[in-house]
Every structure is written in structure tokens, then in C-alpha cells.
Design a protein around this ligand. Structure first.
Ligand code: ATP
Ligand code: MG
Length: 266
């Protein structure tokens, strides 16, 4: 079964940890997974277990000026007033620029661009949108995208075929506003299914606050990930959580979340 999801949420809530771990667990179950890093501060390599020496050499696609120019017909930076292709060729990008990661996963560092209101577009944005559209609709692989806070770099047309948007929330009042905001954005771009994961949960009180926020919004909760000292330690050592604490409470919770996700999507 192919799972095509984007993981979003506020800054620092655990989007990268969740998306990287989900990608690897899916890969271990025999699915070929494409993990897309769509955050300008790209750190998905860390949770995927790609060594820093490899990751530091990766140029995000939208920052690859030569590529953007070649595919869209226009230089980066000359965004406005010029003509460029809105449907550049992208079908070869994952194979050309994807980096092999452990567990049957390929990492593609997409990069990101600010796409303002409706008609405002730039060449790098056109390339990224075309790529996302192609990967979601056109590829048979599972697809997990680690997003920058906010989902503005998706858009109508890019999300068709995406199974779900997963919001990672931390306990606290902010959770309520984040869920509402993302739900509204999801509606705007035509994503029907919004699901949530609670992270850094320290106890029953935490869980109740998150649950109440989600019930209020009608967003299903896929699972609760406890605050896990092992992840902090993994971060200090620059190790992937799934490598450092594979049997820790957070990793076990994400195994459950994947099971729950499958049952939601089947
Ligand atoms: N359940 C957890 N227990 C303990 N630490 C956690 C947990 N989840 C995430 N962390 C830690 O929180 C920090 C932020 O996690 P992560 O980078 O995944 O968040 P993010 O939402 O992707 O952040 P950003 O918005 O900067 O991209 C990391 O140091 C990570 O190790
Ligand atoms: Mg992140």
C-alpha cells in the first residue's frame, strides 16, 4: 500500500522527527519511499540516518539555479515580468537528485520558495509545484514530505492524490490555533483528510488538552508520542532517533501511528 502524506505543524513540534521515522518504518515494510524535504532549513537527513558528510553536499532543487533555469527557461531571481514554463519537466528529478538513505528510502531535498498570493509565481516555485504534483500523482512510490511551518508552498493542483496532511501538535493552547489554521489552509488547497499526531506529551493532562483541541475541530488523533529523553540524546549525538533508540517510547508510538494511519487510509 502506498502512503502519500505531508507532515506539517508549528516550528519545533517534531515534524522532521515524525516524517523521517514514518518514512523509514514504511520502507522497512517493503515500500519504496521517497522522503521529500520541503523545509528551507533542511534537516530531514538527520532523522533518516543520512550522514552529515553526505547531506552537506546536497543542493536543494529550488536553489539549483542551473537546473531551474534549464527547466523553466528563466534565471532564478528574475522572477517577475519574464516568461517561464509553468509545467517544466520534472519526471527525472527524483532519480537524478535523490540520495539513497537507509531502509529503502530516497531523500530528495526540494527546498522551498515563498509563493505569495494567488497569481504570484516564480520559476523555482513552478519547478517545485510541478515536482510535487508529479510525485504525488505520477509516482508509484510512497511519499512523505517534511514541510516548513505553514503549508503555503502546497497549492491547489499540487495536492490532488495526496492521502493526508498530518499535523504534529504539542500540548498547549497553541495546539488549538495551529490545528485550526492548518485545517483552513488544507481546505483552501483541497486536501480532504487532515489527521493529527500529538508529540512531546508528558502525561494525562497534556493528552487531554490536545485531545480536546482536536475533538473541537473534528480532527482524528493518530497517536500520542511521549516526551522521550532518548530523542534529545540522539539529537546531541547527531544520530537518527530510529538508530539511537529504536525501542524507545517515541519510536514505539510512531509504529502505532503508522498502523493507525494505514487503517485510516484503507
Ligand atoms: N517526543 C520527543 N521527545 C523529546 N524530544 C523530541 C521529541 N520530538 C522531537 N524532539 C526534539 O525536538 C526538536 C525538534 O524536533 P524536529 O526537528 O523534528 O521538529 P520540527 O517541527 O521539524 O522543527 P522545525 O520547525 O525547526 O523544522 C529536536 O531536537 C527533537 O529531537
Ligand atoms: Mg523540521
Amino acid at each position: 500500500m502506498n502512503v502519500k502524506i505531508a507532515v506539517c505543524g508549528k516550528g519545533g513540534v517534531g515534524k522532521t522527527m515524525v516524517s523521517g521515522t514514518l518514512a523509514r518504518l514504511l520502507g522497512r515494510q517493503g515500500t519504496k519511499v521517497l522522503a521529500v524535504d520541503a523545509d528551507p532549513n533542511n534537516t530531514l537527513y538527520l532523522s533518516l540516518g543520512v550522514p552529515f558528510e553526505v547531506a552537506e553536499k546536497i543542493v536543494p532543487l529550488t536553489e539549483n539555479e542551473e537546473l531551474v533555469q534549464e527547466r523553466t527557461g528563466m534565471e532564478v531571481g528574475r522572477a517577475f515580468g519574464g516568461m517561464f514554463k509553468l509545467n517544466p519537466r520534472v519526471d527525472d528529478l527524483a532519480a537524478k537528485f535523490g540520495v539513497p538513505a537507509p531502509d529503502n528510502v530516497t531523500l530528495l531535498v526540494a527546498g522551498t520558495v515563498q509563493i505569495g498570493g494567488s497569481g504570484c509565481m516564480c520559476p523555482a516555485g513552478a519547478l517545485l509545484k510541478a515536482l510535487i504534483r508529479h510525485l504525488i500523482v505520477g509516482s508509484g512510490e510512497a511519499f512523505v514530505m517534511d514541510m516548513e511551518a505553514g503549508i503555503e508552498n502546497l497549492g491547489r493542483g499540487t495536492t490532488r492524490g495526496m492521502d493526508a496532511l498530518i499535523i504534529v501538535v504539542e500540548p498547549g493552547y497553541g495546539a488549538i490555533t495551529t490545528v485550526g489554521r492548518i485545517q483552513k489552509l488544507a481546505q483552501d488547497i483541497g486536501v480532504d483528510r487532515v489527521l493529527a499526531v500529538a508529540n512531546k506529551v508528558t502525561g494525562e493532562k497534556d493528552r487531554k488538552v490536545v485531545e480536546a483541541a482536536l475533538v473541537e475541530r473534528g480532527v482524528p488523533l493518530l497517536g500520542v508520542i511521549p516526551l522521550d529523553e532518548g530523542l534529545h540524546e540522539a539529537g546531541l549525538l547527531g544520530k537518527a532517533p530510529l538508530d539511537h533508540v529504536p525501542k524507545g517510547p517515541a519510536m514505539e508510538a510512531i509504529r502505532g501511528i503508522l498502523r493507525e494511519l494505514r487503517s485510516h487510509l484503507s
